[in-house]
Every structure is written in C-alpha cells, then in structure tokens.
Design a protein around this ligand. Structure first.
Ligand code: FES
Length: 141
C-alpha cells in the first residue's frame, strides 16, 4: 500500500492551482488530493468549494457519488472487487458475503478478467480466480 501524506492546506491549494485553468477541474483535483492524502479530508472540501465557487454540498455530492473517493482514511487495504455480470456468474456475491466485515471492498465493474473471475484489483495489481481464503490472505499481506 502506498503511504499517504498528512493533509495540509498548502498542498491542497497547490493541487487546486495546478488544475484551476482546466475545464471541469473538480474531478482531477479530487483525484490528486486523494492520491496525495489517501482521502479527501473535510477541511479540503471547504477549500475546494471556495476556490471553484461551489457549495460544500456540491463537492460532497461528487465525493459520495464516485466510489473511488473517500471522505475518511480507509482502514487497512481496500480491495476493488468486480461485481459485473461474468464475475457474478462465477460467484462473486457469495465471495463478498463470505468476507463481509473482514475486508474493505469497493465495487468495480469489469476488470477484463471475465473468463477467470471472480476478479479484483489490489494496490493496482489484478488478481483472478479468487476464493474467500485467497482474498483474506491478499488483504492481510
Ligand atoms: S465481469 Fe468481472 S472481470 Fe469482467
């Protein structure tokens, strides 16, 4: 897992400035803030909203709409588990139920490993033919 920096308003302002000239700067700003700090802190939302002339509710709405953004630091490793059709046919829902409460899962929809699902992405690495035991093992590695 990559190490995230402690949130700072100065770094937040730098990230905003790097994207402020773009059309539709909110998503790239949120991506970079999450990349820098591991989540989008509450205090950063106020700064982003002020800089982009949006309400805090509008920025929160975008953060909560996209599963990739987190308003709080994730505890432990977050695994992106494919919940699309082919993985469903290969038992991903039973797999998710078997590890519920033990692993932080985020849904993604197709990782291109449909023939060898259930599939997941862990720290940017694709894994296939998952079982509950293997998933727990990978999450704790
Ligand atoms: S449906 Fe899961 S990898 Fe394609």
């Amino acid at each position: 897992m990559t190490q995230s920096a402690i949130w700072s308003p100065e770094r937040t302002v730098e990230i905003i400035a790097a994207h402020a000239h773009r059309e539709g700067p909110l998503l790239p700003i949120l991506h970079d803030i999450q990349g820098a700090f591991g989540h989008v802190p509450h205090d950063a939302v106020s700064i982003i909203a002020g800089a982009l002339n949006l309400s805090r509710a509008e920025v929160h709405g975008v953060i909560s709409f996209y599963h990739d953004f987190h308003a709080a630091p994730a505890e432990g490793r977050v695994i992106k588990l494919c919940r699309a059709e082919a993985c469903q046919a290969r038992g991903v829902e039973a797999l998710a139920a078997a590890v519920e409460g033990r692993i932080a899962l985020e849904p993604v929809y197709c990782l291109g490993l449909c023939a060898s699902g259930p599939a997941a992405m862990i720290d940017g690495r694709l894994v296939a033919r998952l079982t509950a035991e293997r998933l727990i093992q990978l999450a704790e590695a």
